[in-house]
Design a protein around this ligand. Structure first.
Ligand SMILES: O=C(O)CCC(=O)C(=O)O
Length: 246
Protein backbone atom coordinates (compact mmCIF):
# COMPACT_ATOMS: atom_id res chain seq x y z
CA UNK A 1 0.00 0.00 0.00
CA UNK A 2 1.09 3.55 -0.61
CA UNK A 3 0.82 6.06 2.22
CA UNK A 4 -0.93 9.42 1.74
CA UNK A 5 2.36 11.25 1.21
CA UNK A 6 3.42 8.84 -1.54
CA UNK A 7 0.02 9.12 -3.23
CA UNK A 8 0.05 12.92 -3.19
CA UNK A 9 3.64 12.97 -4.52
CA UNK A 10 2.56 10.83 -7.48
CA UNK A 11 -0.52 12.99 -8.05
CA UNK A 12 1.38 16.28 -7.92
CA UNK A 13 4.73 15.44 -9.52
CA UNK A 14 3.90 12.35 -11.62
CA UNK A 15 6.74 10.25 -10.22
CA UNK A 16 7.72 8.54 -6.98
CA UNK A 17 11.07 7.08 -6.02
CA UNK A 18 10.73 4.03 -3.77
CA UNK A 19 14.25 3.64 -2.38
CA UNK A 20 15.88 0.32 -1.43
CA UNK A 21 12.87 -1.82 -2.29
CA UNK A 22 14.59 -4.88 -3.71
CA UNK A 23 17.00 -7.03 -1.63
CA UNK A 24 20.61 -6.99 -2.83
CA UNK A 25 20.69 -10.70 -3.70
CA UNK A 26 17.63 -10.32 -5.96
CA UNK A 27 19.11 -7.22 -7.63
CA UNK A 28 22.30 -9.18 -8.29
CA UNK A 29 20.38 -12.12 -9.76
CA UNK A 30 18.20 -9.87 -11.95
CA UNK A 31 21.27 -7.99 -13.22
CA UNK A 32 23.32 -11.10 -14.00
CA UNK A 33 20.39 -12.76 -15.74
CA UNK A 34 19.55 -9.57 -17.71
CA UNK A 35 23.11 -9.19 -19.00
CA UNK A 36 23.41 -12.92 -19.80
CA UNK A 37 20.29 -12.77 -21.96
CA UNK A 38 21.47 -9.55 -23.61
CA UNK A 39 24.80 -11.16 -24.53
CA UNK A 40 23.20 -14.35 -25.85
CA UNK A 41 20.60 -12.43 -27.89
CA UNK A 42 23.41 -10.39 -29.49
CA UNK A 43 25.44 -13.54 -30.16
CA UNK A 44 22.48 -15.22 -31.87
CA UNK A 45 21.81 -12.17 -34.03
CA UNK A 46 18.51 -11.41 -32.27
CA UNK A 47 19.80 -8.62 -30.03
CA UNK A 48 17.72 -5.43 -30.07
CA UNK A 49 20.28 -2.64 -29.94
CA UNK A 50 19.52 1.01 -30.56
CA UNK A 51 20.81 4.59 -30.18
CA UNK A 52 23.98 5.94 -31.84
CA UNK A 53 26.62 3.19 -32.26
CA UNK A 54 24.24 0.64 -30.68
CA UNK A 55 25.13 1.98 -27.26
CA UNK A 56 21.80 0.80 -25.80
CA UNK A 57 20.09 -2.57 -25.77
CA UNK A 58 16.63 -3.83 -24.86
CA UNK A 59 15.64 -7.33 -23.95
CA UNK A 60 11.94 -7.80 -24.62
CA UNK A 61 9.36 -10.20 -23.15
CA UNK A 62 11.11 -10.85 -19.84
CA UNK A 63 8.11 -12.81 -18.57
CA UNK A 64 9.24 -15.58 -20.88
CA UNK A 65 12.91 -15.38 -19.91
CA UNK A 66 13.20 -16.61 -16.33
CA UNK A 67 11.15 -17.24 -13.20
CA UNK A 68 13.01 -14.47 -11.39
CA UNK A 69 11.25 -12.00 -13.73
CA UNK A 70 7.84 -13.65 -13.18
CA UNK A 71 8.31 -13.06 -9.45
CA UNK A 72 9.67 -9.54 -9.85
CA UNK A 73 6.70 -8.22 -11.78
CA UNK A 74 4.40 -9.21 -8.90
CA UNK A 75 6.30 -7.15 -6.30
CA UNK A 76 3.66 -6.02 -3.80
CA UNK A 77 4.63 -2.41 -3.21
CA UNK A 78 5.53 -1.70 -6.83
CA UNK A 79 2.15 -3.13 -7.90
CA UNK A 80 0.35 -1.10 -5.23
CA UNK A 81 1.81 2.08 -6.72
CA UNK A 82 0.88 1.05 -10.26
CA UNK A 83 -2.62 0.04 -9.19
CA UNK A 84 -3.05 3.36 -7.42
CA UNK A 85 -2.52 5.01 -10.81
CA UNK A 86 -4.23 2.54 -13.16
CA UNK A 87 -6.80 0.62 -11.12
CA UNK A 88 -6.61 -2.83 -9.57
CA UNK A 89 -7.41 -4.55 -12.87
CA UNK A 90 -4.47 -2.99 -14.75
CA UNK A 91 -2.39 -5.20 -17.04
CA UNK A 92 1.21 -5.55 -18.09
CA UNK A 93 1.99 -3.64 -21.27
CA UNK A 94 5.61 -4.84 -21.59
CA UNK A 95 8.46 -5.99 -19.36
CA UNK A 96 11.94 -5.27 -20.65
CA UNK A 97 15.55 -4.69 -19.69
CA UNK A 98 17.01 -1.35 -20.76
CA UNK A 99 20.81 -1.40 -20.85
CA UNK A 100 22.88 1.74 -21.38
CA UNK A 101 26.46 0.93 -22.28
CA UNK A 102 29.16 3.56 -21.62
CA UNK A 103 28.74 6.33 -24.18
CA UNK A 104 24.97 5.88 -24.63
CA UNK A 105 23.56 9.31 -25.54
CA UNK A 106 20.61 11.02 -23.86
CA UNK A 107 17.46 9.02 -24.71
CA UNK A 108 15.28 12.12 -25.09
CA UNK A 109 12.24 13.19 -23.11
CA UNK A 110 8.96 11.58 -24.16
CA UNK A 111 5.60 10.38 -22.92
CA UNK A 112 4.91 6.67 -23.05
CA UNK A 113 3.15 4.54 -25.66
CA UNK A 114 0.47 5.17 -26.82
CA UNK A 115 -0.08 8.61 -25.29
CA UNK A 116 1.61 10.66 -27.99
CA UNK A 117 -0.77 9.19 -30.59
CA UNK A 118 -3.87 10.45 -28.76
CA UNK A 119 -5.75 13.64 -29.62
CA UNK A 120 -5.26 16.55 -27.22
CA UNK A 121 -6.17 17.44 -24.58
CA UNK A 122 -5.21 14.00 -23.30
CA UNK A 123 -7.27 12.59 -20.40
CA UNK A 124 -6.27 14.08 -17.05
CA UNK A 125 -6.10 10.68 -15.36
CA UNK A 126 -3.27 8.13 -15.81
CA UNK A 127 -3.61 5.62 -18.65
CA UNK A 128 -0.16 4.00 -18.53
CA UNK A 129 2.62 3.82 -15.93
CA UNK A 130 6.18 2.60 -15.77
CA UNK A 131 8.31 1.12 -13.01
CA UNK A 132 12.03 1.60 -13.51
CA UNK A 133 14.04 -0.90 -11.46
CA UNK A 134 17.54 0.31 -10.62
CA UNK A 135 19.83 -2.71 -10.99
CA UNK A 136 22.79 -0.33 -10.54
CA UNK A 137 23.17 2.81 -8.48
CA UNK A 138 21.63 5.53 -10.66
CA UNK A 139 23.97 8.55 -10.68
CA UNK A 140 24.25 11.88 -12.49
CA UNK A 141 26.91 10.30 -14.73
CA UNK A 142 25.62 6.84 -15.69
CA UNK A 143 22.34 7.57 -17.47
CA UNK A 144 19.83 7.84 -14.63
CA UNK A 145 16.22 8.41 -15.69
CA UNK A 146 15.29 12.06 -15.82
CA UNK A 147 11.86 13.66 -15.75
CA UNK A 148 10.13 17.01 -15.73
CA UNK A 149 8.13 16.99 -12.48
CA UNK A 150 4.40 17.79 -12.87
CA UNK A 151 4.58 17.75 -16.68
CA UNK A 152 1.79 15.13 -16.74
CA UNK A 153 -0.57 18.05 -16.10
CA UNK A 154 0.35 19.54 -19.51
CA UNK A 155 -2.42 17.80 -21.41
CA UNK A 156 -1.90 19.64 -24.70
CA UNK A 157 1.83 19.40 -25.27
CA UNK A 158 4.72 16.97 -25.58
CA UNK A 159 8.44 17.62 -25.02
CA UNK A 160 10.23 19.02 -28.04
CA UNK A 161 13.25 17.04 -29.25
CA UNK A 162 16.57 18.70 -28.51
CA UNK A 163 15.15 21.28 -26.07
CA UNK A 164 16.63 21.40 -22.57
CA UNK A 165 13.99 22.12 -19.98
CA UNK A 166 15.12 24.08 -16.89
CA UNK A 167 12.94 22.01 -14.60
CA UNK A 168 14.24 18.61 -15.84
CA UNK A 169 15.52 16.54 -12.94
CA UNK A 170 17.70 13.41 -12.91
CA UNK A 171 16.38 10.81 -10.48
CA UNK A 172 19.34 9.21 -8.71
CA UNK A 173 19.29 6.50 -6.07
CA UNK A 174 20.84 3.26 -4.89
CA UNK A 175 20.53 -0.06 -6.71
CA UNK A 176 17.37 -1.81 -5.54
CA UNK A 177 15.23 1.33 -5.81
CA UNK A 178 12.15 1.45 -8.03
CA UNK A 179 11.02 4.64 -9.75
CA UNK A 180 7.29 4.85 -10.48
CA UNK A 181 6.36 7.11 -13.40
CA UNK A 182 2.96 8.21 -14.60
CA UNK A 183 3.47 7.52 -18.33
CA UNK A 184 2.33 11.06 -19.10
CA UNK A 185 5.15 12.71 -17.18
CA UNK A 186 7.93 13.81 -19.56
CA UNK A 187 10.84 11.45 -18.96
CA UNK A 188 13.73 9.58 -20.55
CA UNK A 189 17.13 8.03 -19.93
CA UNK A 190 20.06 10.45 -19.77
CA UNK A 191 23.56 10.17 -21.23
CA UNK A 192 25.83 7.49 -19.80
CA UNK A 193 29.05 9.46 -19.34
CA UNK A 194 30.53 6.85 -17.01
CA UNK A 195 32.73 3.88 -17.90
CA UNK A 196 30.26 1.33 -16.56
CA UNK A 197 27.05 -0.20 -17.90
CA UNK A 198 23.73 0.94 -16.42
CA UNK A 199 21.04 -1.74 -16.23
CA UNK A 200 17.34 -1.14 -15.52
CA UNK A 201 14.19 -3.22 -15.74
CA UNK A 202 11.13 -1.48 -17.12
CA UNK A 203 7.87 -2.96 -15.88
CA UNK A 204 5.37 -1.04 -18.00
CA UNK A 205 1.60 -1.24 -17.32
CA UNK A 206 -1.66 0.02 -18.82
CA UNK A 207 -5.31 0.26 -17.88
CA UNK A 208 -7.14 -2.95 -18.72
CA UNK A 209 -9.16 -1.18 -21.43
CA UNK A 210 -6.01 -0.50 -23.47
CA UNK A 211 -4.16 -2.75 -25.87
CA UNK A 212 -0.77 -3.62 -24.30
CA UNK A 213 2.49 -2.80 -26.10
CA UNK A 214 3.27 -6.55 -26.33
CA UNK A 215 0.70 -9.27 -27.02
CA UNK A 216 1.34 -11.60 -24.09
CA UNK A 217 -1.21 -14.13 -25.29
CA UNK A 218 1.04 -14.74 -28.28
CA UNK A 219 4.53 -14.36 -26.84
CA UNK A 220 4.36 -16.00 -23.40
CA UNK A 221 4.88 -19.77 -23.36
CA UNK A 222 2.27 -22.25 -22.10
CA UNK A 223 4.67 -23.35 -19.33
CA UNK A 224 4.74 -19.86 -17.88
CA UNK A 225 0.96 -19.52 -18.12
CA UNK A 226 0.38 -22.95 -16.55
CA UNK A 227 2.39 -22.07 -13.46
CA UNK A 228 1.25 -18.43 -13.26
CA UNK A 229 -0.31 -17.16 -10.02
CA UNK A 230 -3.71 -15.46 -10.24
CA UNK A 231 -1.92 -12.09 -10.05
CA UNK A 232 0.41 -12.92 -12.93
CA UNK A 233 -2.49 -14.26 -15.01
CA UNK A 234 -4.37 -11.05 -14.42
CA UNK A 235 -1.31 -8.98 -15.38
CA UNK A 236 -1.00 -10.97 -18.60
CA UNK A 237 -4.57 -9.97 -19.46
CA UNK A 238 -6.52 -13.13 -18.69
CA UNK A 239 -9.16 -11.33 -16.66
CA UNK A 240 -9.61 -8.31 -18.91
CA UNK A 241 -13.05 -7.62 -20.32
CA UNK A 242 -13.90 -10.48 -22.69
CA UNK A 243 -14.95 -9.99 -26.29
CA UNK A 244 -18.61 -10.66 -26.90
CA UNK A 245 -18.32 -13.37 -29.52
CA UNK A 246 -21.99 -14.16 -30.09
O1 LIG B 1 15.79 3.48 -19.02
C1 LIG B 1 15.37 4.55 -18.59
O2 LIG B 1 15.99 5.23 -17.77
C2 LIG B 1 14.03 5.09 -19.04
C3 LIG B 1 13.54 4.48 -20.32
C4 LIG B 1 12.27 5.10 -20.77
O3 LIG B 1 12.01 6.23 -20.52
C5 LIG B 1 11.28 4.35 -21.55
O4 LIG B 1 11.57 3.29 -22.06
O5 LIG B 1 10.13 4.85 -21.68
Amino acid sequence: MLNDLEKSHLDEYGYLLLKNMIPTEIVTELRIRSLDIAVSEQASGNGYTYMKDNRAQRVWNLINKGEVFEDAIQHTKMLAAIEYLLGTDCTLSSFTVNILYPGAPDGGLHIDYPLSTLPTPRPNFPLVANSVWFLDDFTLENGSTSCVPSSHHRLNSVPEPGIEYDDEKQICGPAGSVLILNGAVWHGSSENRSDTTRVALLGFFCRSILKPQQDHFKIVSDDVIDRASPTLKRLLGFNSLPNLNT
